[in-house]
Design a protein around this ligand. Structure first.
Ligand code: GAL
Length: 671
């Protein structure tokens, strides 16, 4: 277990370093993250490299038992470099250069930038590749953040054309896939192809827009790979990561992660405005990150103070930092690196608070960090080699997510908010969930939910059929199967490729406006008694008028011209069931529906008898289970333990009713 913070020695006088490191040592730090924006300190002049300062800080940290995660500094190319090669600047959709002043101002496809990247990364890797005090590498910093995943320069256009050539083989195939006959958009020579830049028209061809997203995602991955290849060669045994951002969707994180040794997350729960939603918001970010490689992961930036630039988000109150940290560990984090050690006294992030306030003296958050550090150091042997496990999977499909971002169907609709409604149902009931790609082997799951699976590659659809045939329980919902992989509409009757699996047909559908929710009722025997057949639930957002072709209804509409037709169904297929939800049921209806589906699938919570606001999560090693009970409220809560447990923090045995104070945490193993 790694524990530490992001440290920017270049922000402070060197005389201060020893003081900082002493405090870190006293807080049980064993890692600091360094250098990810320090290019100017390492190469102030082209080709003149200065690493002595970095050697000194690494050495001083090592003397205190602290290792370093080194960041390659390519998110912040210095001014001298940009002035010399202004073609490196990214271009926005208006064709404007993004200019200097923040970060990420470079184009990932720029060949000149590749040369500079190679030089600085090679210098660093050669110097530190055999340094035992370097525990790993972070490539660049938050690829794609601040709207930088896509660049609209001429190099990108040329590379996009090459990408299309490779993918489609011929221009005719591109024209056909995108349907460019519409409005005489047909391309008659490769050179005519353009990027979806700003235009006065409504929007670009959806096939072009989606392919440009895919291309840009691939381009970020390729740029990252250039750095990975250098570090892999020169730094054997030093794992490589990059800091990802959970729900961020401009890059396909399954692809980006495939080349890494370990995934990382930057996590700021208090940026979510709704305090009640924060625990599941953080939970989803954590579980998404674990899903990128289906492995435990690191937190490269863990909130430790007020996030703020330029407005301030809520202050973490006493006990919150500890509680969030345990939640991260419970969901599979093997490294906790707080952002940042001391709050900067200058520049863009002077309001983005760290463990120490601007004054730099140890105070409230430092004391809490110290407590967590000591506790985690004690728990480390217990947690080593343990990982979360889930029997429920929710599939996140980036291509489908992009399609909804390009064409949301409904005002303000987002794929990820929809996905999170499912996630939150399980989170609130302490049922562990894996958030994984549609490419994942589904066979180990009791229940799989594929939200808004608007496009699915043939092999993934085949795998879903096979999963259900073999006894799996699969939930699909509205717009499943509506598009082909190239972003054309499917010509088959909906739900297209899933029709046979789901035993339904859909001809009619539409948007349900906010001001006119429709009624829903459960079919007999589906929901618990009292709820049966009553039209007391609402259908929101979307309706599919479902015709039954072998499936049975679970929910029916009670209003409008489609009253009486099915809104959700279940179809026995092979040894399993395939479910379809043709609308966005309100919270109460969704909960009853998922409870019914969960009963079919035999899905169970980790612990019963847990009050609202208390989360239970677990990490496993073989049959051994480490249970985390986390009170996300500020009031004390009583939890019913099902058997005797050892409380690994307080070193006592617990059984029966246990009172957990506000923000309290229990780490339990079987007594
Ligand atoms: C992250 C970034 C950090 C820092 C932090 C606070 O996006 O990786 O370097 O900028 O946000 O703004």
């Amino acid at each position: 277990m790694y524990f530490g913070a992001c440290y920017y020695p270049e922000h402070w006088p060197e005389e201060r370093w020893a003081y900082d490191l002493d405090l870190m040592q006293a807080a049980s730090f064993n890692v600091i993250r360094l250098a990810e924006f320090a290019w100017i300190k390492m190469e102030r002049e082209e080709g003149v490299f200065t690493f002595e300062w970095l050697d000194r800080i690494i050495g001083m940290a090592a003397e205190r038992g602290i290792r370093v995660m080194l960041g390659t500094p390519t998110a912040a190319p210095p001014k001298w470099l940009m002035d010399k090669h202004p073609d490196i600047y990214q271009k926005d959709i208006y064709g404007r250069s993004r200019g200097f002043g923040t970060r990420r101002h470079y184009c990932v496809n720029n060949r000149t930038y590749h040369r500079y990247t190679e030089a600085i990364v090679t210098q660093m890797a050669a110097r530190y590749g055999n340094n035992p005090h370097v525990m790993g590498w972070q490539i660049d910093n938050e690829f794609g953040i601040i709207d930088t995943a896509r660049c609209y320069c001429e190099t990108c256009r040329a590379d996009f054309i090459d990408w299309l050539k490779e993918r489609y083989g011929s221009l005719d195939a591109v024209n056909e896939a995108w349907g460019t006959i519409f409005s005489s958009q047909t391309y008659t020579a490769w050179e005519q192809l353009h990027l979806p830049v700003y235009g006065v028209h409504q929007m670009h061809n959806p096939g072009l827009v989606l392919d440009f997203r895919r291309f840009s995602s691939d381009a970020n991955r390729k740029y990252q790979k250039q750095q990975i290849d250098i570090i892999r060669k020169l730094c054997p045994g030093q794992p490589i990561t990059t800091n990802e951002m959970g729900k961020f969707n401009q890059i396909d994180y399954y692809d980006l992660s495939a080349d890494l040794d370990v995934c990382s997350l930057d996590l700021y729960p208090n940026m979510k405005s709704d305090p009640l939603g924060r625990p599941s918001y953080a939970g989803a970010a954590l579980d998404l990150t674990r899903g990128f490689k289906r492995l435990n992961f690191w937190i490269t930036e863990h909130q430790s103070g007020i996030p703020g630039a330029p407005v301030l988000h809520p202050t973490p109150k006493p006990g919150e930092l500890r509680r969030w940290t345990y939640q991260s560990v419970a969901h599979g984090a093997d490294a906790i690196v707080y952002f940042r050690w001391r709050t900067a006294t200058f520049a863009l992030e002077e309001y983005w608070h760290g463990i120490l306030q601007h004054h730099g003296c140890p105070s409230r958050k430092y004391e809490e960090t110290k407590q967590v550090g000591a506790e985690l150091a004690r728990l480390a042997p217990l947690l080593a080699g343990t990982a979360p496990r889930a029997k429920v999977a929710i599939l996140r499909c980036f291509d489908s997510e992009w399609v909804f971002e390009i064409q949301p169907h409904v005002q303000e609709y987002t794929y990820i908010t929809h996905l999170e409604r499912y996630y939150r149902y399980f989170f609130d009931r302490n049922i562990p969930v894996d958030l994984v790609s549609p490419e994942t082997d589904l066979s180990g799951y009791d229940l799989v939910i594929a939200p808004n699976q608007i496009m699915t590659q043939a092999h993934a659809a085949d795998a879903m059929y096979a999963y259900v045939r073999g006894g799996g329980k699969l939930v699909l919902d509205f717009r499943a199967g509506a598009k082909e992989w190239n972003n054309r509409m499917a010509e088959a009757v909906l739900p297209g490729v899933f029709a046979e699996l789901l035993g339904i047909a859909i001809d009619d559908y539409g948007v349900i406006p906010d001001y006119e929710p429709q009624g829903l009722a459960f079919a007999h025997g589906v929901a618990a008694s009292g709820a049966i057949g009553e039209a007391s639930y609402q259908a929101l957002t979307w309706y599919d008028v479902i015709e039954l072709k072998g499936a049975e209804p679970l929910l029916t509409y009670t209003a409008d011209y489609y009253a009486g037709s099915a809104a959700a169904t279940r179809h026995a297929y092979g040894d399993g069931f395939a479910y379809y939800i043709g609308t966005e049921p309100d919270d109460a209806a969704l909960a009853l529906l998922l409870a019914a589906i969960g009963r079919d699938a035999g899905v169970r919570p980790l612990l019963g008898g847990v009050p609202e606001g208390v989360e239970v999560a677990a990490r496993w090693r073989g049959d051994e289970r480490v249970l985390f009970v986390i009170n996300h409220t500020t009031q004390s809560r009583v939890v019913e333990l099902d058997e005797p447990y050892l409380d690994r923090l307080a070193e006592r045995t617990l059984h029966g009713r246990v009172e957990l104070p506000g923000n309290g945490v229990l780490v339990l193993t079987k007594a």
